[in-house]
Design a protein around this ligand. Structure first.
Ligand SMILES: Nc1ncnc2c1ncn2[C@@H]1O[C@H](COP(=O)(O)OP(=O)(O)OP(=O)(O)O)[C@@H](O)[C@H]1O
Length: 357
């Protein structure tokens, strides 16, 4: 889909202030510390996903950036303008921050037309009718829905409803959009096609996007970079490829289901013929480091626990000697109980120097 919009990438953008800069952000609810010293940056025209388990503080961070929650300490700057800094008594109201928001399930009002859904926040902000109508039509045209302005949301497909949500977020002229788990209640197949569409739309409209999700495939498909949160702290910010190749902590590898984490005992790697680096406490036996072979040919033996047909391949759940489980794709069906060999690519092993937390 080409929406006829020039891509928002030029020299000025490359040198511009980041769309969002968060520095040393702390937030508590009563005595409960929710965010502890968050630092992150979203460059203009880029997409950053906040990924983390339930309760890690993703939504709270998003809401704090939006101005819906007030931090105890730290600073938030949008395009170089400081919008929150309690030490300096700076607190810009949410509607003055120039951000657009797309909520869970798009949060469209069913009794209003598509145009009214998009225009309602502008009406609330006091924009006059003529200017509003113009802004609404421009936003709907940008997302390719100009012809649907008078329909009710229920007369649109899921993908079109999503585009109405995005039109509403950009109608005020916002170039930075915060997405709060917009796809969390959809089934997997629909979610995958919607993720595709969001990624395309964000790129074509030249938006900067901060995207909250607990679904890693969503984060990986959408974002240039992923920030992994746990217990109110960012444990790692990296591109999806780097996260998979080099997770910073064993728990990140576990959370991303990259493979099996095996302990290194008394300097002995749990893999025959492989010497652990000095001080290593754990090794990630990543799926990408393994290939299936005959039992006598590999460095490891594994027993098939389950075999699921996934349409284009089988997914095997294997138990390794010692009890660790690992899931691995296979072009062939394998029967539960059978023994397989695993060849280990040593250069794809990831060693850790700390206990699993
Ligand atoms: N208004 C509130 N008052 C007190 N505690 C809150 C409030 N809102 C959130 N919390 C707590 O803050 C922590 C972080 O919540 P948050 O919703 O930001 O997590 P999340 O990572 O977005 O989780 P999820 O994926 O389940 O939405 C949780 O422990 C939650 O219980």
């Amino acid at each position: 889909m080409n929406l006829g919009v020039t891509r928002f990438e030029n020299v000025a953008v490359a040198t511009a202030e980041p769309a969002i800069a968060v520095r040393g952000l702390h937030l508590s609810y009563g005595t409960a510390k929710i965010l502890h010293g968050i630092d992150l940056e979203l460059r203009r025209g880029r997409a950053l996903a906040l990924l983390g388990p339930s309760g890690s503080g993703k939504t709270t961070l998003l809401r704090t950036i939006a101005g819906l929650e007030a931090p105890d300490r730290g600073e938030i700057a949008l395009n170089g303008q400081i919008v929150a800094n309690p030490q300096r008594a700076i607190k810009l109201a949410p509607e003055k921050r120039g951000l657009g928001m797309v909520f869970q399930d798009y949060a469209l009002w069913p009794h209003m037309s598509v145009a009214r859904n998009v225009g309602f926040p502008l009406e609330m902000a006091g924009m006059g009718r003529a200017a509003r109508e113009q802004a609404v039509m421009r936003a709907l045209d940008r997302v390719g829905l100009g012809a649907m302005a008078q329909r009710r949301p229920s007369a649109l497909s899921g993908g079109q409803q999503q585009r109405v949500g995005i039109a509403r977020a950009v109608a005020s002229g916002a170039q930075t959009i915060l997405f709060d788990e917009p796809l969390s209640n959809l089934d997997r197949e629909l979610r995958e096609s919607m993720v595709d569409e969001i990624a395309q739309l964000v790129a074509e409209l030249g938006l900067s996007a901060l995207y909250v999700t607990h679904d890693q495939s969503e984060a990986f498909s959408l974002a240039h970079e992923v920030a992994v949160l746990r217990a109110g702290q960012i444990a790692q910010i990296a591109t999806p490829e780097d996260l998979v190749a080099a997770p910073a902590k064993p728990w990140i590898a576990e959370f991303l289901r990259l493979g099996a984490i095996l302990p290194v005992t008394r300097g002995q790697a749990p893999l025959p013929g492989i010497v652990a680096p000095a001080g290593a406490t754990h090794v990630l036996l990543a799926r990408r480091a393994l290939s299936i072979c005959q039992p006598e040919e590999g460095q490891l033996r594994a027993r098939v626990l389950r075999c699921l047909f996934r349409g284009d391949e089988f997914q095997l759940t294997l138990t390794l000697h010692g009890g660790a489980e690992i899931q691995i794709p296979s072009p062939q069906r394998a029967s539960p109980g059978n023994e397989l060999g695993l060849h280990v690519a040593q250069d794809a092993l990831r060693w850790f120097h700390e206990p699993t937390t």
